[in-house]
Design a protein around this ligand. Structure first.
Ligand SMILES: Nc1nc2c(ncn2[C@@H]2O[C@H](COP(=O)(O)OP(=O)(O)OP(=O)(O)O)[C@@H](O)[C@H]2O)c(=O)[nH]1
Ligand SMILES: [Mg+2]
Length: 450
């Protein structure tokens, strides 16, 4: 295992800096690194040339030398100049938080699409930092600053840049092809018009655990399960499973990559097609590790990332997970705080579910997926959101009214569809508005089934 030192700043005693360093340590572990030292420094501002203060740089250099660490990871995005200076002074490899996340993603990527996405994001991140990297390399090689050498260095830099740009455009082309296939699959799914529920949330919150618990509940089979693991970014690819409910109450459930603070913008962009699944959802399950002291910060990050993806209009169920770790005593001891918290999230607080868990309050559920607690309550909440306001109808649409059919495929949940002599026969769940609009096509005048 590679030995690493982590370095970060505590700017004006910012409250979340220690959490940020803990998270950086988890990230390093997820990248199979051995953390042998963590160095933090209280500062009022970032050092432009070295990120940390020059005295601290010397301290880190000593520590690296003594411990044999070949890499120092900084808890922030480093500028090309900082990268260059640090590499020179520390005499080790230097990485920042973004590069570390990219490293994990590239180790973990399995599907062709994920691999392409990670490579595009890495190259994009590298491009503007090429000067720093190149400079550091040529210095390490002992090159002096003579004019002729500098000229050669610049030529090399230009070659590297062109090489990377050419590779980027080839990768983008390939990725566009893969994305097209995904789009076709998505369209097919849209045609079947079963509602799509997407799991979202901070990494390690328990999204895959919720998915597996629901797979059990709907008896989809052991082989359909996904990886759940106490590790950041255990899930990188999107998995979609069908949950077959009784009375036509079926839906698709998708599990996907988790979010994190400072998730590199390029990465979000590169993973956009994977996350596109989320944008097409009819309902989001926002899973939160309620036992984590930073859960509020995590919720904020998730909300911001969702906003960036443009999911504003999609209803959300907040799944406050891992309540077993929080302890019922702790919960019982803070009724006022809880009341505040729940009120904040839902705008209402239900008296009946004050004690213990699982509890449901508005569109919030407090549960422990890992212990199998609250699964039935979650299922009810999902069904209520998806099917509660809808009723099942039979419709007969004349072949001359094709537009109506496509409108219904987008907005109704179609359970059955047959091409008959006198039109398209559809069995679907419609909300009141939609049923009113297509009143004249409803068979037997508002004949409702189930
Ligand atoms: N104690 C406890 N542990 C849980 C619970 N739910 C999930 N876990 C554990 O939390 C860890 C992370 O769970 P995952 O389901 O892999 O989390 P995820 O959100 O899919 O994480 P990524 O895919 O890495 O983004 C695993 O070790 C789970 O066993 C719970 O209710 N209680
Ligand atoms: Mg997962």
């Amino acid at each position: 295992m590679e030995k690493v030192i982590l370095a970060g700043l505590d700017l004006n005693g910012a409250i979340d800096s220690s959490n940020s360093m803990e998270e950086l340590e988890e990230l390093a572990k997820a990248a199979d690194m051995e953390v042998i030292g963590i160095v933090t420094q209280k500062m009022s501002a970032v050092n432009k040339a070295f990120y940390i203060g020059t005295g601290k740089v010397e301290q880190v250099r000593q520590l690296a030398k003594e411990s044999g660490a070949g890499l120092v990871v900084f808890d922030n995005a480093l500028s090309p100049m900082q990268l260059r200076n640090l590499q020179r002074e520390l005499e080790t490899a230097v990485m920042d938080r973004t590069t570390l996340i990219l490293e994990i993603f590239s180790k973990r990527a399995r599907t062709k699409e994920a691999k392409l996405q990670v490579e595009v994001a890495s190259l994009q991140y590298m491009l503007p930092r090429l000067v720093g990297l190149h400079d550091a390399l040529s210095r390490q090689g002992g090159a002096s600053g003579s004019m002729s050498n500098k000229g050669a260095g610049e030529k090399k830099l230009e070659l590297d840049r062109r090489h990377i740009e050419a590779r980027l455009s080839a990768l983008r082309k390939e990725l566009a092809g893969v994305e097209k296939d995904r789009e076709t699959q998505r369209k097919q799914r849209l045609k079947s018009a079963i509602p799509l529920v997407s799991l979202v949330g901070y990494t390690n919150a328990g999204k895959s655990t919720v998915m597996n618990a629901l797979i059990d509940r709907y008896t989809c089979g052991e082989d359909k399960k996904v990886l759940e693991k106490d590790m950041l970014f255990a899930t990188l690819e999107t998995t979609v499973r069908k949950m077959e409910g009784e009375g036509g109450k079926s839906f698709l459930l998708s599990d996907t990559v988790g979010f994190i603070n400072q998730l590199p913008h390029n990465l979000v962009k590169a993973f956009r097609s994977t996350l596109e699944e989320v944008k097409n959802a009819d309902l989001l399950l926002h899973v939160i590790d309620y036992s984590d002291a930073s859960y509020r910060e995590h919720m904020k990050v998730t909300k911001e990332t969702l906003e960036e993806l443009g999911t504003g209009r999609i209803p959300v169920i907040c799944v406050f997970n891992k309540l077993d770790l929080k302890g019922v005593d702790e919960l019982a001891g803070e009724p006022e705080k809880r009341q505040e918290e729940e009120a904040e999230h839902s705008g209402k607080y239900s008296e009946e579910c004050q004690e213990g868990y699982p509890r449901v309050s508005g569109n919030n559920i407090f549960m422990a997926a890992g212990k199998g607690v609250g699964i039935e309550e979650l299922v009810s909440l999902i069904e209520e959101n998806l099917f509660g306001k809808r009723k099942q109808y039979e419709l007969l649409i004349p072949y001359t009214a094709g537009g109506i059919f496509s409108d219904l495929s987008e907005r109704a949940f179609i359970a059955a569809c047959e091409y008959r002599e006198n039109g398209i026969y559809i069995k679907a769940a419609l909300d009141e508005e939609l049923a009113g609009r297509y009143k004249k096509y409803l068979k037997n005048e508002y004949r409702r089934i189930t």
